[in-house]
Design a protein around this ligand. Structure first.
Ligand code: M6R
Length: 364
C-alpha cells in the first residue's frame, strides 16, 4: 500500500534511507568496518576487465560504477546499453567479468545481453532487486539489492540500492586486487555507512525542492548538467523528468555544453546543475557560469559551501548535506527524483503509471 503517501513513487523515494541501510548490511560488516560479499568464494582477484550492461536507470547506475571500478580497483570498464551491446560484436576476453544491473531481472534486452556474454565465455555477475527473477537464476555471482518491491514505473529506490551495492562491489574488487589497504577499506566503509543518514538529510529539503518544481513545471525544455560520477545523475534527472512529467529534458556532461548544447540556452530553458563540493566543483561551476553569461536560468544543487560560493545569480538553489564524493551520487538522486515527482504532480500527470511505459520491458 501507499501508506500515507499520495503515490507509490513518493513512498519509494522516502524509503531510500531504510532500504539502502538494509542493502548495505549484506556488503559491510558495520562493527569492524570491513567489507563483506554475499558470495565470499567467488574469486575476484583474477578479474582483468569488467563489462557493464543495463538499460535506463539501471544503466546510469552502471555509469556511476564505472568511475568507482576504475578509480578504486584500476580495472578497465566497458559499458553499454543492452540494446546496443549485443549487436556491436563487443570484444570480450575469455574469463572477463560481465556485470548486469536490473531492478526486475526480466528486462529482455539485458537478459539477451547476459546470455550473449555467457556464450562468449564471461563470468556473469548480476545486481538485481527481484531475487526470484530470471537474471538472478542465471548469475554466477548474485549481488542482490534489498529495495523491496518497486511499484512506481519510475525507478527510485532500486537505483540508490544499486549504487550502494556497486560502491561496495568496487571496493571489494579493489581489495581482491590488493589495491585497498586495511585503513582505506575502513575509510570507504565508513563513508558508505553514512549514506542512510545523508539520504535522510536530503529528504528534509523536500519542500524547498517542491518550490523549485513550480518553476520547472512551466518549462518546455530542461537541461541537467553534472561532472564525473554526477554526470550520470544529470542523465538520470533528465530521464525521470521526461518519464513522468513529459517535459523534454536532456542531461549533459557539464564540460560538453560549450561543444554545442549551449546554443539552446536562453531565458526559457532552466538548467539544473548538480555540483557537490569536491575535486570537480570548480570546473562544474565555470561551466555553469558560461551558461549564466548567456542568460541561462540556473538551479544549483550543491551543499552549503557550494551554494555559498556559487549560488549568486542562480534563480534557485537546493542545499544538500555535505558528503564524501563517494556517496554524492546516492544523495543527489533524491533532489532529482523529488524534482521530477513534484513537477509531475504540478502538471497533473499520472505519476505511478506514465503513458506509454511499463514497469518491466520484456520485449527486445
Ligand atoms: O528492471 P530494469 O532495471 O532492468 O529496467 C530497466 C529500465 O527499463 C528502467 O530503469 C526504466 O528506465 C525506468 N522506467 C526508469 O525510471
Amino acid at each position: 500500500s501507499k501508506g500515507n503517501h499520495r503515490h507509490f513513487m513518493l513512498k519509494e523515494i522516502y524509503e531510500q534511507p531504510i532500504v539502502v541501510a538494509q542493502t548495505l548490511r549484506s556488503y559491510v560488516r558495520r562493527l569492524d568496518g570491513e567489507l563483506a560479499m554475499p558470495a565470499e568464494d567467488f574469486d575476484l582477484s583474477a578479474v582483468k576487465r569488467v563489462t557493464i550492461v543495463a538499460c535506463g536507470t539501471s544503466f546510469y547506475a552502471g555509469m556511476v560504477a564505472k568511475y568507482w571500478f576504475e578509480q578504486f580497483a584500476r580495472v578497465p570498464v566497458d559499458i553499454d546499453v543492452a540494446s546496443e551491446f549485443r549487436y556491436r560484436e563487443p570484444v570480450m576476453e575469455e574469463g572477463g567479468l560481465a556485470l548486469f544491473i536490473s531492478q526486475s531481472g526480466e528486462t529482455a534486452d539485458t537478459l539477451a545481453a547476459l546470455r550473449h556474454a555467457r556464450a562468449a565465455g564471461q563470468k556473469i555477475a548480476v545486481v538485481v532487486n527481484v531475487p526470484t527473477s530470471t537474471m538472478a537464476r542465471e548469475a554466477d555471482l548474485l549481488l542482490p539489492t534489498h529495495a523491496g518491491p518497486e511499484i512506481g514505473v519510475a525507478s527510485t529506490k532500486a537505483f540508490s540500492c544499486q549504487l550502494a551495492v556497486l560502491a561496495a562491489f568496487a571496493a571489494n574488487l579493489a581489495r581482491a586486487k590488493g589495491r585497498l589497504s586495511r585503513e582505506a577499506e575502513r575509510e570507504l566503509v565508513r563513508h558508505l555507512a553514512e549514506a542512510p543518514a545523508a539520504l535522510n538529510g536530503a529528504l528534509a529539503y523536500d519542500e524547498a525542492i517542491e518550490a523549485v518544481a513550480h518553476i520547472i513545471a512551466k518549462a518546455r525544455d530542461v537541461l541537467y548538467l553534472g561532472r564525473g560520477p554526477d554526470y550520470p545523475l544529470a542523465l538520470e534527472g533528465a530521464l525521470k523528468l521526461k518519464e513522468i512529467s513529459y517535459i523534454h529534458a536532456e542531461g549533459y556532461a557539464a564540460g560538453e555544453m560549450k561543444h554545442g548544447p549551449i546554443a539552446l540556452i536562453d531565458e526559457h530553458v532552466p538548467v539544473i546543475v548538480l555540483a557537490p563540493s569536491g575535486p570537480l566543483f570548480e570546473k562544474t561551476v565555470s561551466n555553469m557560469q558560461e551558461v549564466q553569461a548567456r542568460g541561462g536560468q540556473v538551479v544549483l544543487i550543491s551543499d552549503y559551501d557550494g551554494v555559498q560560493q556559487a549560488g549568486e545569480g542562480c534563480i534557485a538553489t537546493i542545499t544538500m548535506p555535505k558528503v564524501h564524493p563517494l556517496i554524492a551520487p546516492l544523495v543527489y538522486a533524491i533532489p532529482v527524483q523529488l524534482l521530477a515527482y513534484h513537477v509531475a504532480v504540478a502538471k497533473g500527470t499520472d505519476v505511478d503509471q506514465p503513458r506509454n511505459l511499463a514497469k518491466s520491458v520484456t520485449v527486445e
